[in-house]
Write a protein that binds this ligand. Structure first.
Ligand SMILES: [Fe+2]
Length: 374
């Protein structure tokens, strides 16, 4: 009898970062081609917290607690939320009309805050360097406005909080042949998927070239993946991987990491994506928080469903960044994500180029809703 070979069993594997796509250049080549001077940059260390202005602090508190955050501090005008990581907070909600307040990055030195005040093309929104005297962990902050009006904050001197609870224990998984979990039974607690820390956020923008230049020139933000649209050209006339500006390709999105040299960092802390023609206003896309593991994620997913929150997309696994994702709409129509198992990269990871459609590709999961792409 002839065997049916049309179907192959599903399987997964981990591949080297340089083998992701043949369309790559080194990070140093990228910097040279784009005339980027690292010594002029404001040096970011990591993403610390998100800032939102919301009309109802109690309403967002209930949502964020079901999402897995805890109240770190509360005043009549502000509420700070933490995870179980060492950051004193990862989400700051201020009372007021609905407004995105931008991400806040830790910078290496106080001098980086002074440098930030002189970033070209940036409007300084803060009153110079301000003290974060009311916020948990204290510190100093500068808030800038990027060329498209998005705030970005730089923070230095914040005290980390080492008193937080330890991460949950890693469960042991049994595979077909290797079964290390011997006479141990899997048991779980129902509840929100506790957030560990903030991972990334992304912006839907109008002018990709100027936003791309602003973030990659002024900060140690370097693309991990760049997405392009192919212009209508003959096959012979197609651009090559190194063409940052090419007649045959138009770059429309990037997933970017914080350049910390050999240190391993998240595949992206920031992403920029050009808005589709039917969308006329630039806006934040989502911010994303790391949680413990896949069981936690699914328990958290069902916790949110049972509370009648609105799922945005998930659970699924991304291709670019590899994260297992789960997106939700908050009561103010801002999107937030739980993720686990994201890629980590460093200075040796090449910058890869991909067709724009790759952004919505998933290894598995539900079809991407149209709303997610807007
Ligand atoms: Fe994300």
């Amino acid at each position: 009898m002839q065997q049916n070979t049309a179907y192959k069993p599903s399987q997964g594997l981990s591949i080297e970062d340089y083998a992701v796509d043949e369309d790559t250049i080194s990070q140093r080549t990228f910097q040279t081609q784009f005339n980027i001077e690292p010594k002029n940059q404001v040096r970011l260390v990591k993403l610390l917290f998100m800032q939102y202005q919301v009309p109802n602090l109690d309403q967002i508190t209930i949502f964020l607690q079901d999402f897995g955050l805890s109240v770190a501090k509360s005043t009549p005008e502000s509420r700070w939320f933490n995870g179980y990581g060492s950051e004193p907070y990862v989400y700051h909600a201020r009372k007021g009309p609905r407004k995105f307040g931008g991400g806040a990055f830790l910078v290496e030195t106080y001098a980086d805050l002074e440098k930030a005040l002189k970033v070209p093309e940036a409007k300084v929104l803060s009153n110079g360097i301000e003290s974060l005297k009311d916020a948990p962990g204290g510190g100093f902050i500068v808030t800038l406005e990027d060329p498209e009006g998005f705030p970005i904050s730089l923070v230095h001197g914040q005290q980390q909080d080492q008193s937080q609870a330890q991460p949950p224990t890693q469960i042991i998984l049994n595979y077909e042949v290797k079964k290390p979990r011997v006479r141990k039974f899997q048991r779980f607690t129902q509840g929100p998927a506790a957030v560990y820390r903030l991972g990334h956020y992304g912006l839907v923008i109008g002018d990709f070239q100027s936003q791309f230049a602003f973030y990659t020139r002024n900060f140690n933000i370097i693309p991990t993946s760049i997405l392009y649209l192919e212009n209508d050209k003959s096959e012979n006339d197609k651009g090559t991987c190194g063409d940052m500006v090419s007649e045959s390709r138009q770059n429309v999105a990037m997933f970017a990491h914080i350049d910390r040299g050999t240190e391993l960092v998240d595949h992206h802390s920031l992403f920029l994506v050009t808005r589709p023609p039917q969308i006329h206003e630039s806006h934040v896309h989502h911010c994303s928080f790391e949680i413990h593991d896949f069981d936690t994620q699914l328990i958290g997913h069902h916790w949110m469903l049972n509370k009648n929150y609105r799922p945005a997309w998930g659970v699924g696994r991304h291709i670019l960044g590899s994260q297992i994702f789960d997106y939700w709409w908050d009561p103010n129509d801002f999107m937030v994500e739980h993720y686990i198992d994201g890629d980590v990269v460093n200075e040796d990871t090449p910058v890869s180029f991909h067709p724009a459609a790759s952004a919505k590709d998933a290894a598995w999961g539900p079809d991407v809703p149209q709303e997610f792409l807007e």
